[in-house]
Design a protein around this ligand. Structure first.
Ligand code: UD1
Length: 420
């Protein structure tokens, strides 16, 4: 298996172009199920998770053409509304085909995702919502089987704001009979991007980006062309990288409005962030300041940036506190950071981080996507060489991360297994 090897100490300098958002591309690809015909998506990142969902669409019967960053999904003739275990187990977001399949075909059979490294992550809220819309749901041999003549509009009150749940309901409701109202809807930018795609297809989705979304069902949707929004988490990861080691980086092709909580948190750590249209200029200070933050649903600080900010806290002089309020088990990067010499203490859902840490390069294991990114950032501030194993996690979510960081001056390379 490949490794990523990082020589610590370099400052990131230069310009990096941010890719399309993984978490937007996945639901957008699933939404093409709703609109028979040739759907064209531009700015699609070339990532493991995106390939997985395209493979799933191909199994369902779509014709998929990958001309990165453009992907064409022809959903004219779908004949197999099934998402098999082999794909769902590698990528939980595969559950996003459920709503569109039931809406278009009146039935779907999707493997239950099972456990996940960052917590239990159930899909009970997705299922409860579809049930409220008139679907029959059965769990059989590890699969959820959903049937329904035609979904009908319903009022869905989510007890917690779920991104995937909101997306599944938006897609299902677009072809339902009547009006669906989602309360306590997730407000992430990816939800707005999905609403834009659905509305271009002919759907009637109002209120995306607020906590109340109203969808008036229509009889059919048409295939469209759409441009995926930039990846705010990839951008945030490079912003943290720039703030370390007094770096100075221009990020191009971003939507600063999607990054407000990340920009605020970076500034509170003493980094300077200048905004110019779709570009951000990030400069690391001579000395980073400690900070406190809590992950929250958007527009709060994103849980997908928590692991990377822990490295920023390690580089700051003083004691920082980071609280994870979304997922119950998302501190798996901490033992690896501690192996590199970090002083981090976890009590319940909060981590207390004492800096500045004198990290030493080590061989560390990536456990999930964002944890992997934090280990690479830690490698940048460590003394000596850091080897990050299990890099397939990074391939799931960061397009060309080695090339992009290398282009900014990091001492980084991917070493293939044949050398070991
Ligand atoms: C999405 C993102 C992921 C991000 C997360 C939170 C994608 C593909 N993934 O994941 O990167 O970390 O949002 O911002 O967009 N929950 C339930 N029951 C459910 C559904 C969710 O209890 O049926 C809980 C979860 O366990 C979690 C919380 O709700 O505690 C939020 O999860 P959710 O927003 O659904 O995350 P995902 O959509 O899976």
């Amino acid at each position: 298996m490949d490794q990523i090897v990082i020589e610590g100490g370099a400052s990131l300098r230069g310009r990096v172009v941010i890719s399309g958002a993984k978490n937007a591309a996945l639901p957008l690809i699933c939404a093409t199920i709703l609109a028979p015909g040739r759907n064209v998506l531009n700015n699609v990142p070339r990532l493991g998770d995106v390939r997985t969902v395209l493979k799933l669409l191909a199994i369902i019967g779509a014709e998929v053409d990958m001309e990165w960053p453009r992907v064409v999904v022809d959903t004219s003739e779908l004949d197999n509304p099934v998402a098999p275990y082999e794909l769902v187990k590698t990528m939980r977001a595969a559950i996003l085909v459920l709503g569109p399949l039931v809406a278009r075909y009146g039935k779907a059979k999707v493997s239950l995702p099972g456990g996940c490294a960052i917590g239990a992550r159930p899909i009970n809220l997705h299922l409860k919502a579809l049930e409220a819309m008139g679907a029959d749901i059965e769990i059989k041999r590890g699969y959820v089987e959903v049937t329904c003549d035609r979904l009908r509009g319903a009022r869905i009150d989510f007890p917690v704001a779920t991104v995937g749940g909101t997306e599944n309901v938006m897609m299902a409701a677009s072809l339902a009979d009547g009006v669906t109202e989602i309360n306590n809807a997730a407000r992430e930018p990816e939800i707005e991007d999905l609403a834009d795609l659905l509305n271009a297809m002919g759907a009637k989705v109002e209120g995306a980006g607020t906590s109340r979304i109203v969808i008036t069902g229509v009889d059919s949707l048409r295939a469209v062309e759409h441009h995926v929004i930039p990846d705010r988490i990839e951008a945030g990861t490079f912003m943290v990288g720039a703030a370390l080691n007094r770096g100075e980086v221009e990020l191009a092709g971003v939507r600063p409005a999607h990054l407000i909580p990340v920009i605020d948190a970076l500034r509170s750590a003493g980094a300077s962030v200048d905004i110019q249209d779709d570009r951000l200029f990030v400069r690391g200070p001579a000395e980073l300041k400690p900070f406190n933050l809590t992950t929250e649903p958007h527009p709060g600080f994103p849980t997908d940036m928590q692991a990377q900010f822990m490295v920023l806290a390690l580089a700051a002089r003083g004691t920082s506190m980071i609280t994870e309020s979304i997922f119950e088990n998302r501190f798996m990067h901490v033992p690896e950071l501690v192996r590199m010499g970090a002083d981090i203490d976890i009590t319940s859902r909060s981590a207390t981080i004492v800096g500045p840490a004198r990290l030493e390069g080590a061989t560390v294991m990536a456990t999930d996507l964002r944890a992997s990114a934090s280990l690479i950032l830690a490698g940048l501030i460590a003394e000596g060489t850091t080897q990050v194993l299990r890099v397939y996690h990074l391939d799931r979510g960061y397009e060309n991360i080695v090339e992009k960081l290398g282009g900014l001056g990091a001492g980084i390379q991917r070493v293939s297994s044949e050398f070991f």
